[in-house]
Design a protein around this ligand. Structure first.
Ligand code: SF4
Length: 457
């Protein structure tokens, strides 16, 4: 572990003093990337930059990239094309970081076709951003700062969180699982867990600042390894649950076969741990799971769901599913539909398999044709769509405890928040109730993608 140094933060601050410099960050990808962007924003603000949402106004435009899905690449290159003019006219600095920059082919592409990019940084070198900005500002250098070895855990990076009541805290970096379709272990490195005492101190501070909901993050969050006192994920979860003021604790994403009895027991005894468990299944067929290098079978997954339901009767499951993994037959896909019928998933994030260069599955010759993949995807979507109404209707008449997140985006006169199971609920404001309060809301109607209710005293 190393401590963040603010040596270059001060130098940049001096360099841009009085110039009213602004930054804009474009974030692609998962919660971990969003959390990294909060650190990037934190460092920039310490350097003296302020935030803008307008490219034209920005003095530095940053991209925090993702390489898990193909369309993230298209989005990045589309956006880079758009800002070339701004860079040329105004001298705006352009910096690109994140997972995609850990792929050598991407760096080559940037160097040959997007020569105007000033800073390229990887997933292990985010903390060097002040130094890299200084090199560009003061020394007029282009910077490439990417390392392929697992980076150190850097503590003490300033964080600028968008939300005032909900905060994400990364507890581990990297992944050791090597699922055959996934690029993450190659771009984020091996698992490294943060010191538990430092994590708990950070959450205690967040609680003092008024944060009520904490999400613990990791690529395989329950593979967390602690120390002699707080040994594993179950111990850490139990300790977080005891921090005064933290009313809701979530975690994502757990790996099914690492979801051990101790975690289930800790959840069962601590009511402030969310009952929503995002358990990425990926496929319903055991042979496909084996070929994905997932360490559980269909039967193991069903057994785990049964065990959780026995100890936590109000548990709610959500999941990720991939359709059209190489070699998947129609019969094997039927197992995915079968498990969706058997497990009451409240939400399913569905993906059509797409090749990620550098992974084992991408080199397989038995790729499923696109039309077949789409047909299977639509079948799964139809099945799930039919179930949404059924699931939502179960909420009618129930009273849900909701953290008020703000005004509804579609109706300024309404407030919005989420049920513990992550369903969006809108409701009319009442006197003496403010954003950030926890309120009881009676659910009155179902609008498929959201529920409507009223605050009850
Ligand atoms: S567990 Fe599998 S899918 Fe998740 S990040 Fe690790 S390799 Fe990728």
């Amino acid at each position: 572990m190393i401590n963040y140094s603010d040596e270059y933060t001060k130098k940049v601050k001096y360099e841009i003093e009085g110039k009213n410099y602004k930054y804009k960050i474009n974030t692609f990808g998962c919660e971990l990337n969003i959390n990294d962007s909060e650190k990037i924003a934190g460092m920039l603000e310490e350097m003296g930059f302020s935030k803008t949402d307008n490219d034209e106004e920005a003095n530095i435009i940053l991209f925090n990239t993702c390489c898990v899905r193909e369309n993230a690449e298209e989005k990045l290159f589309g956006k880079l094309g758009e800002i070339k003019r701004i860079h040329e006219e105004k001298g705006t600095l352009v910096a690109i970081g994140g997972c995609m920059m850990q792929e050598p082919s991407m760096i080559e592409k940037l160097k040959s076709s997007y020569k105007y990019v000033d800073i390229i940084f990887g997933t292990h070198t985010i903390h060097n951003l002040p130094e890299n900005i200084y090199k560009v500002l003061a020394e007029r250098k282009k910077v490439k700062d990417v390392i392929n070895i697992d980076g150190e855990i850097v503590e003490g990076i300033p964080v600028k969180r968008e939300d005032k009541y909900k905060a994400s805290v990364t507890i581990m970096y990297g992944c050791n699982k090597f699922c055959t379709y996934c690029i993450v272990p190659y771009v984020r490195g091996r698992e490294r867990s943060r010191n538990p005492e430092i994590i708990l101190k950070e959450i205690e501070e967040l609680s003092k600042e008024g944060y009520k909901e904490i999400t613990l993050l990791g690529q395989s969050v329950n593979s967390y390894v602690g120390n002699n006192k707080i040994k594993n994920f179950a111990d850490l979860l139990d300790s977080v649950a005891k921090i005064p003021g933290i009313e809701i604790i979530r975690f994502e994403s757990p790996y099914p076969s690492d979801f051990k009895d101790d975690v289930i027991d800790v959840m069962a005894k601590n009511k402030n741990i969310s009952r929503v468990i995002h358990m990425p299944l990926q496929a319903g067929n055991s042979k496909v799971l084996k070929e994905m290098n997932r360490k559980y079978s269909k039967e193991d997954f069903l057994e785990l769901v049964k065990k959780v339901n026995e100890k936590i009767p109000d548990a709610v499951f959500t999941t990720d599913l991939i359709v059209g993994f190489p070699g998947e037959t129609d019969e094997e896909f039927e197992d995915t539909l079968d498990i969706v019928r058997k497990v009451d998933f409240e939400q399913i994030y569905m993906y059509i398999y797409s090749k990620r260069e550098g992974t084992i599955a991408a080199n397989r010759e038995d790729q499923v044709p696109d039309d077949v993949k789409h047909k299977r995807f639509n079948k799964l979507k139809d099945l799930y769509d039919k179930r949404i109404d059924e699931i939502n209707n179960r909420y009618l008449g129930t009273i849900q405890e909701i953290l008020i997140e703000g005004k509804s985006k579609n109706n300024e006169n309404m407030l919005t928040g989420r049920t513990d199971s992550n369903k969006v609920v809108v409701f009319k404001p009442i006197e003496k109730v403010e954003i950030g309060d926890l309120v009881k809301v009676k659910i009155l109607s179902n609008h498929k993608w959201y529920l409507e209710g009223e605050i009850v005293q």
